[in-house]
Write a protein that binds this ligand. Structure first.
Ligand SMILES: *[C@@H]1O[C@H](CO)[C@@H](O)[C@H](O)[C@H]1NC(C)=O
Length: 314
């Protein structure tokens, strides 16, 4: 009789201590060299842990076989996340619907326009060398993000407004992707931006407003290895860049890819007359639709022609 409660107590103690033990050690094959770091790099992982100790602030899952990564609930301590060299084609920072206990946890990270982020305190997100075709979803829930590393993916389009809330962002690495065009206001809210690397994409032209906003922010913009098409639409940009150069501001390096006669030439070393648009001799005049964004200025030069005036955008 006397032995039974004692044995019961011992069993309870054992359960408690094994529970404590499990939560304080490192998951199999990962390393935890310092308390906030969980390093599962190069461990052959094919699925990411869905649950994470609350104390983890740095999570390295790089060099694995991951197709996707998602956590079940917001991790307010998670600061740095490395996912490079995996197979991720789509990444969402949104807590998945019907997972976790979102409704019970209040709505502090819930954003009406977006989603509840599982990484609301993220400062560094590194997803280079994966198969992303778009920017990660739910980025606007990580307003503290400072470094976003997305190079060597297959990103082809950036949707306007996707980066609008990243007002702390200092570095945006998009080199070696498939981006072919940029919305003129894409980067205008990134007031802290220091480095924007767009080199080795498929860009053919740059809207003067993009230049204006990035120049005002003062970012170091890298544009090499694109498909810059140096035609008449580049005149305005060339003039703005030349003007900056004359004021001692750092000039961007934009090397023409086409037309072939200008291939390899730096835009800044060209004259307006070099930047031509195809026009058939005695053929119809070249007309183009021009989109003017709210708040931007355009310059029209008009000359009398017959009974009316003919205006062109310079
Ligand atoms: C994780 O470990 C690898 C070596 O296994 C190392 O190269 C990497 O820098 C570590 N990650 C961090 C964030 O310290």
């Amino acid at each position: 009789m006397a032995g039974t409660p004692g044995r019961f107590l011992a069993a309870v103690l054992l359960l408690v201590s094994s529970g404590l033990h499990r939560s304080s050690t490192c998951p199999d094959s990962c390393t935890c060299p310092r308390a906030p770091l969980l390093n599962c790099s190069s461990t052959g992982l094919s699925s990411a842990p869905r649950l994470l100790r609350d104390s983890v602030a740095e999570l390295d899952l790089s060099h694995n076989l991951l197709d996707s990564v998602s956590l079940d609930q917001p991790h307010r301590n998670l600061r740095d996340l490395w996912l490079g060299d995996n197979r991720i084609a789509r990444l969402s920072l949104c807590v998945e619907r019907n997972r976790g206990r979102r409704r019970l946890r209040g709505s502090r990270t819930w954003r009406g326009r977006g989603c509840e982020s599982w990484a609301p305190a993220l400062q560094l997100l590194s997803v280079e060398r994966n198969q992303l075709q778009q920017l990660p979803q739910g980025l606007d829930g990580s307003e503290s993000l400072q470094v976003l590393q997305l190079s060597f993916n297959r990103i082809s389009t950036l949707r306007p407004g996707e980066l609008r809330h990243l007002r702390q962002l200092k570095e945006l690495h998009l080199q070696h992707n498939l981006i072919s065009s940029l919305h003129p206001q894409m980067f205008q809210d990134l007031v802290q931006l220091r480095v924007l690397d767009l080199s080795f994409n498929m860009l053919t032209s740059l809207h003067p407003l993009t230049h204006l906003s990035l120049r005002n922010i003062g970012a170091d913009v890298r544009l090499g290895g694109n498909r810059w098409q140096c035609d008449c639409s580049m005149r305005s940009l060339r003039r703005r860049m030349a003007f900056d150069g004359s004021r001692g501001l750092q000039a961007w390096s934009l090397v023409c890819a086409s037309p072939s006669v200008l291939s390899g030439r730096n835009l800044l070393q060209l004259e307006d007359d070099d930047l031509n648009c195809f026009r058939t001799e005695n053929g119809p005049e070249l007309h183009r639709d021009v989109t003017v964004y709210r708040g931007s200025e355009i310059l029209l030069s008009c000359a009398p022609q017959g009974n009316s005036h003919k205006c062109t955008i310079t």
